[in-house]
Design a protein around this ligand. Structure first.
Ligand code: TSB
Ligand code: ZN
Length: 588
């Protein structure tokens, strides 16, 4: 395993992690006789093993198990592969090691299949496809992280096993780096911060994946929405408002019914009528396009909306605000001629880059998401169309000198995309912004415009989201800023702290002055000590705390504290308002 100090590859790391799972299982069986093994796969950054342990394990037990694992590592036990027949394997798991879980796995294999097992030392064996590291001494740095209940085969009607999670790395340094990253991610977790800062909540009575925005979270949303809408209006987009539902018929025409039905909410039916919540806004915008006969003079026509979409994501895949069932997309559909595609894509990329730079996002990268010709269910079957779309996207990226990665099987059902990828604090990548070229929907809905030649032509559609869905973008921003939103987005921009009751009237007049200048401010009138009020405002990540006492009241000043720089001293109120205005504007 040493490889002369060079980094091992991802697959080698996986082999090592899988071997760590075996060592874990051996250690558990040694410490807890009668433990029956389930399965123990490799996962991102580590491994787990599901084990039916006679006693209930807690996190306190993990150090003891780690110590037993270290003994196995110190004993330098070789991993040895052996092939068994199905009969032999069944016998082993009935007599030597009575284990119904392994028997169930073996039963499912065909008669003539040879079954591989791996020995760790000469006294412990496990059913396994392999491969493994040659010797337990080759295990790098590891740590057991958590233990949780897990139903056998994920089925709640079957027994519950105990799942022990671990992480394993080539070196101690890498392990520590990872553990720090996990701590940082916990600190930044938008679900936690969302609760602490009262941004949003969920309710059992409303349902999973359906966030309720609280006033402070709604403020952030409104600011983002206003800002991006203004940017779009400046760039010739036309904003519309269209309904969240439509007849099923429309989605039969668009192809959503054939290719996207799995993600749609169930249909609402009453006699003849069949309505469904929209999973995308495109078909509605197409109806806006079709509202009138269009001429080439109107193109490119950029129809935009913060459109509400409903997607019936699997409950296991829902996660805070990152993946929800109701979302508002900063959507637009650009109807244009083939000659205009290039310029439009370039314009959208420039808008995205502008928005990202204002938000301080710099670590994004571009992904060309293509179809998978073998997946007839997911994609419209029209190879010529896919090639054409791909070429337009590639040409646009070449013109912009953008580097990109290619991802087959990540396209929309109707066309290829440029996705802009970002990483969350744990390093998972996700798509927020997207640009998609579509020849399919214009043809399904028979879209037309009258060209310069007086003939009818078919427009092309570009689907695009700049800040993506507000939910996912805000989840990302909460984690990026760790809750400390820049001044213009902060739900409360300043808290005014009167030192004593006699300063409340002055505090209120300071608040009105700031509100008149368009700032969001609170006066903390609680009967608490000034220090406690400052601490609370600081915990809420409020950018400014304005303490007012006798001297401020007489001189018309405020004593300014900034959330990071601390005490900035007393300033005349007018001067402070002016500097706030400048700082707010500087962010955009
Ligand atoms: C851009 N019709 C296009 C639109 O015109 C469309 O809907 N594209 S999409 O399917 O890729 O969705 C756009 C963006 O919505 C995605 O890039 C992603 O950032 C976001 N998104 C998708 N599903 C969810 C979800 N369940 N929760 C939150 N955001 C989501
Ligand atoms: Zn669309």
């Amino acid at each position: 395993m040493s490889h002369d100090g060079k980094d091992i590859s991802g697959s080698e790391l996986d082999v090592m992690r899988h071997s760590a799972a075996h060592v874990l299982a051996k250690a558990v069986q040694r410490l807890y006789p009668g433990s029956k093994l389930g399965i123990g796969p490799v996962i991102e950054n580590g491994f787990y093993y599901d084990i039916d342990v006679p006693s209930k394990l807690g996190e306190d037990d993990l150090p003891r198990i780690e110590a037993a694992m270290r003994e196995i590592i110190a004993a330098e036990e070789p991993f040895k592969r052996e092939e068994w027949s199905k009969q032999q394997a069944l016998e082993h798991y009935s007599s030597r090691d009575d284990n119904p879980y392994k028997r169930e796995i073996i039963e499912a294999l065909s008669e003539d299949e040879s079954i591989s097992v791996y020995w760790t030392g000469s006294d412990w064996v496990d059913l396994c496809r392999g491969p493994h590291i040659p010797n337990s001494a080759g295990l790098g740095a590891f740590k057991l992280t958590t233990v949780a209940g897990a139903y056998w085969r994920g089925d709640e009607h079957r027994p519950m096993l105990q799942r022990i999670y671990g992480t394993a790395w080539q070196t101690q340094e890498q392990l520590e780096h990872y553990l720090e990253q996990v701590e940082d991610a916990k600190r930044r977790d938008h679900r936690r911060i969302g609760k602490e800062l009262d941004l949003f909540t969920f309710s059992d009575l409303v349902g999973p994946g359906l966030p309720l925005w609280l006033p402070k979270g709604a403020t952030i949303r409104r600011e983002l929405e206003r800002w991006v809408t203004d940017l779009e209006l400046e760039r010739g987009y036309q904003h519309v408002i269209t309904p969240d539902v439509a007849k099923v018929e429309m989605y039969k025409v668009s192809g959503h019914w054939d290719h996207y039905k799995d993600v749609m909410f169930p249909v609402m039916e009453d006699g003849e009528e069949q309505l469904v919540l929209r999973p995308m806004n495109c078909p509605h915008h197409i109806q806006v396009y079709r509202h009138e006969k269009r001429s080439y003079r109107e193109l490119p026509m950029r129809i935009a909306e913060f459109g509400t979409m409903w997607r019936y994501e699997k409950s296991g895949e829902l996660s805070g605000l990152s993946r929800t069932r109701r979302m508002d997309l900063n959507d637009a559909h650009i109807f244009c001629t083939p000659d205009q595609i290039q310029d439009e894509i370039v314009g959208v990329v420039e808008l995205i880059e502008h928005v990202y730079s204002v938000l301080g996002i710099a670590d994004h990268w571009y992904r060309l998401s293509l179809w998978d010709p073998s997946d007839k269910e997911k994609y419209v079957d029209n190879p010529e169309m896919w090639d054409r779309g791909e070429q337009y996207l590639k040409d646009a990226m070449a013109r912009l000198s953008l580097d990109y990665v290619v991802a087959p099987g990540e396209a929309a059902f109707y066309g290829p995309k440029i996705d802009i990828q970002l990483r969350d604090p744990l390093g998972h990548s996700e798509t927020i912004s997207t640009i998609q070229v579509d020849f399919h929907l214009p043809s399904q809905f028979q879209l037309e415009y009258v060209g310069e030649d007086g003939q009818f032509h078919r427009p092309v559609m570009i689907h695009r989201g700049v800040i993506g869905t507000l939910v996912r973008m805000i989840a990302y921003l909460i984690e990026k800023y760790a809750g400390a939103f820049p001044l213009w987005l902060a739900p409360v921009q300043a808290v005014i702290v009167p030192i004593a009751d006699r300063h409340v009237d002055y505090a209120l007049s300071v608040a009105s002055e700031l509100r008149r200048s368009g700032f969001r401010v609170d006066v903390d009138r609680r009967r608490e000590k000034m220090q406690a009020k400052i601490r609370d405002a600081q915990a809420q990540q409020v950018p400014y705390m304005l303490v007012v006492g006798d001297r401020d009241q007489q001189a018309g000043t405020v004593s300014v504290r900034e959330r990071r720089q601390g005490d900035l001293g007393a300033q005349p109120l007018a001067e402070f308002v002016h500097s706030m205005q400048e700082r707010r504007a500087a962010y955009r």
